[in-house]
Design a protein around this ligand. Structure first.
Ligand code: UT7
Length: 325
């Protein structure tokens, strides 16, 4: 089995900023409520001309540059998204087209906020076994396209963006372990019911606002800390490590209170936990992807560091990954 590591990272955030003050004019909310309950101050919104693949392509180009590779070098493209350009073809194929990555095998992964970790775990298998050499994995979301802008309980939480990583063989370090999990008994907690085969689009589904994300925030919140703790613990155990060995944790950015509770529970100090929720909100699969990119580019992750990626989301699904940088 080959060792697999991250050869390059990139990100893309749309230009338009939506602040909490802007939201105060749209729904019955306050900057104080959003900041104290979630830690979010602002988020980015893609333009009407930008689809998820456009965000992904921009992030991918930066990651390829960072890895010193060309699109033609890619054997595999996996896009983790719950906001695909279309039901089909896969967003990965649109990204292939946009990049000109002619020889890549392309598919999407639907694992919500844990999607980037799922995509890394999947690409690692292909590379480790020698099936493919270079893989592009992207967490990309246009959450604004599925946000109910009349629902103050959810519209203040989400934002648009993309983060990418190029994976390939490394001589030492790399991905030490991954831990994935799912609990299909909790499918009702977080979902977008309309537009699939269960409730195909009709005037009725539109009138009932079924094409927007629905979340029982409180219930998800209660499960989040334990799920993320256990996923991280299991991934660390498989790598022969413990929380004390972690140099930088990249948690999913759903709520600052969830991240703080997790950090406190496992004894991670503030400087070992990367946060970008204040600037971007919850970008589902793009949250861990952009946070990893920023932590690397900001010099917060250095050669030899132990990095923990830890995410959970709709499904419920969760995933943790340990990378020796
Ligand atoms: O990324 C995937 C996974 N998702 C998550 O992890 C999200 C997890 N959940 C959360 O982060 C939190 O549950 C939320 C931030 C979504 C909500 O925070 P909360 O502390 O759980 O609030 P709540 O839903 O229990 O609502 C408390 C109150 C309610 O009012 P009443 O019934 O107590 O009078 C809500 O109506 O806050 C009200 N509220 C708001 N008030 C002002 C809900 N949204 C807003 C708002 N502005 N935007």
């Amino acid at each position: 089995m080959k060792k697999v590591g991250v050869l390059g990272v990139g990100k893309y955030l749309p230009e338009k900023v939506l602040t909490n003050a802007d939201l105060e004019k749209m729904v019955d909310t306050t900057d104080e409520w959003i900041t104290s309950r979630t830690g979010i101050k602002e988020r980015r919104l893609a333009s009407s001309l930008e689809a998820t693949s456009d965000l992904a392509i921009n992030a991918a180009k930066e990651a390829l540059d960072d890895a010193g590779m060309k699109p033609e070098d890619l054997d595999l493209i996996i896009i983790a998204t719950i906001t695909p350009d279309m039901q089909f073809p896969s967003t990965a194929c649109f990204v292939q087209q946009g990049l000109g990555a002619s020889k890549a095998v392309c598919f999407d992964i639907s694992a919500a906020c844990a999607g980037f970790v799922y995509a890394i775990a999947c690409a690692q298998q292909f590379i480790a076994r020698g099936a493919y050499k270079n893989a592009l994995v992207v967490g990309a979301e246009k959450m604004s396209s599925i946000t109910d802008w009349q629902d103050r309980g959810t519209c203040v939480l989400f934002g648009d963006g993309a983060g990418a990583a190029v994976l390939g063989e490394v001589k030492s370090g790399g991905i030490l372990s991954t831990c994935l999990g799912s609990n299909g008994l909790k499918t009702d907690l977080l979902k977008l019911p309309g537009g699939g085969s269960r409730y195909p689009a009709t005037h009725k589904t539109i009138d009932e606002r079924l094409h927007y994300l629905q979340m029982e925030g409180n219930e998800v919140f209660k499960l989040a800390v334990n799920i993320m703790t256990e996923a991280a613990r299991e991934a660390l155990k498989s790598a022969g490590l413990d929380f004390i060995d972690v140099d930088m944790a990249i948690p999913h950015q759903a709520n600052k209170r969830i991240i703080s509770a997790l950090a406190k529970k496992v004894g991670l100090s503030d400087e070992k936990v990367y946060l970008n929720i204040e600037r971007y909100g919850n970008m589902s699969s793009a949250s861990t992807a952009t946070a990893l990119c920023e932590a690397v580019k900001d010099g917060k992750i250095k050669k030899g560091d132990i990095v923990l990626l830890d995410a959970f989301g709709a499904g419920l699904v969760w995933g943790a990954c340990i990378i020796k940088w």
